[in-house]
Design a binder for this molecule. Structure first.
Ligand SMILES: NC(=O)c1ccc[n+]([C@@H]2O[C@H](COP(=O)([O-])OP(=O)(O)OC[C@H]3O[C@@H](n4cnc5c(N)ncnc54)[C@H](O)[C@@H]3O)[C@@H](O)[C@H]2O)c1
Length: 367
């Protein structure tokens, strides 16, 4: 099969985990390929993880810009767990991107090893760089709240015909106007805000639906998350959180047969705890009433490594974008967006979305 060349925007923890995970799967033994652990498919319509190549990468941090990608992945403030230390020489030097609103003001009051340090270089010509690199898919891994920066890179996708895989919660693929532009230019896109493989969103969605399906009247729920990576540090600025809250809350509300009053649902990032590093802890509570109004309560605590948790999902989504490009399908891919994203253009229950993704892979379903 041909290779899938990706452009990375934001060489943070998620990008680092993804690249390390790709090496892990490239070195997977033949026996394990037939029973993969951690991926939906090892072989997705002929594409395997090893077919994904990095074409170029953009960042704005002085410890990453102008450095080989394999070194930038391990540069501070990245602090995710190491999956594969010996990354290959990609032949990619991290380019200076356009900063816009990528860094929140409060980030400057934290120690260098925990926060972003903006480089002073002049940004490269993004479209030129994308064209030269032969990238087909752009992975957007920018900090929450970077509305202008995400729009700038999305515009570059439209200008160059590159597919956007929007892993963060600025609404592009799920925004009608942006989606219409990608459809008009026949560019397949997936978004918005990646839903981790087994993270707080899919867990909360599933358990809430279980309560509803079993006839429990849902009264209240919360989902509080803590972590110690730059994603959590950035989200201490509540003004940047609007779309993240919407994305996470809608992911749960949209899966219920009947929406709960907004006041009874509290979902969102709650605090930054430096020593947790990339460990994310989710505290979830659901209160309801069962038979004859008798109360039922559930308390759950889940601990995950945050950034690797989205790697497998992204590897599947990249390959689905490539399939769509091979098949000359443009615009939002509804099934895989619903399966892999918290805020897709169309919310679909996860079991149905999975079934539709399988049909998309075989070609029975167009998108
Ligand atoms: N499982 C997960 O970790 C997960 C799940 C869902 C969504 N997300 C989202 O994915 C995004 C990336 O997460 P992360 O943990 O990798 O974040 P991160 O903070 O580790 O990385 C962000 C990177 O973007 C760079 N950056 C900032 N502004 C930029 C600009 N204008 N141009 C280019 N680069 C810029 C930073 O220097 C940094 O390297 C976040 O928005 C996060 O909320 C992550």
């Amino acid at each position: 099969m041909s290779k899938i060349r990706v452009a990375i925007v934001g060489v943070g923890n998620c990008a680092s985990s993804l690249l390390q995970g790709l090496e892990f799967y490239k070195h997977t033994t033949d026996a394990a390929r037939h029973k993969p652990v951690g991926l939906m498919h090892y072989d997705l319509a002929g594409y395997v993880p090893g077919d994904i190549e990095v074409a170029c990468a953009f960042d704005i941090d002085s410890r990453k810009v102008n450095r080989p990608l394999e070194e930038a992945c391990f540069a501070q403030p990245n602090n995710t767990v190491t999956i594969w230390r010996d990354l290959p020489a990609y032949g990619v030097t991290v380019d200076m991107g356009e900063l816009h609103d990528g860094i929140a003001p409060h980030m400057s009051s934290y120690p260098a090893d925990r926060t972003f340090l903006p480089a002073t270089e002049k940004p490269v010509d993004i479209e030129k760089r994308l064209r030269e690199s032969g990238a087909e898919v752009m992975l957007c891994y920018l900090p929450v709240g970077s509305q202008k920066a995400v729009e700038r890179y999305a515009r570059a996708c439209l200008e160059t015909g590159i597919s956007l895989l929007n892993c963060m919660p600025v609404f592009i693929v799920s925004d009608e106007k942006w989606a219409a532009e990608f459809t008009a230019r026949k560019i397949p896109v997936i978004g918005d805000d990646v839903k981790s493989q087994l993270g707080s969103t899919i867990l909360h969605r599933t358990i809430m639906k279980l309560f509803a399906d079993r006839g429990i009247k849902l009264k209240h729920t919360y989902q509080l998350n803590t972590g110690g990576n730059t994603d959590f540090l950035n989200m201490l600025d509540r003004s940047r959180l609007g779309s993240k809250r919407t994305s996470k809350t809608e992911a749960v509300q949209s899966n219920l047969p009947e929406r709960m009053p907004d006041v009874d649902v509290h979902i969102g990032p709650s605090d930054y705890i430096a020593w947790q590093n990339d460990n994310k802890v989710c505290f979830l509570r659901i209160e309801g009433e069962g038979f004859a109004g008798i109360p039922i309560e559930l308390e759950l605590r889940m601990s995950v490594q945050d950034s690797p948790n989205s790697g497998g999902v992204v590897i599947d989504a990249i390959r689905c974008l490539k399939l769509a490009r091979d098949r000359k399908i443009g615009g939002p891919l509804y099934s895989i967006s619903a399966y892999t994203m918290k805020h897709p253009p169309r919310q679909i229950p996860d079991d149905i979305a999975r079934d539709r993704v399988e049909k998309f892979i075989t070609g029975e379903l167009e998108r």
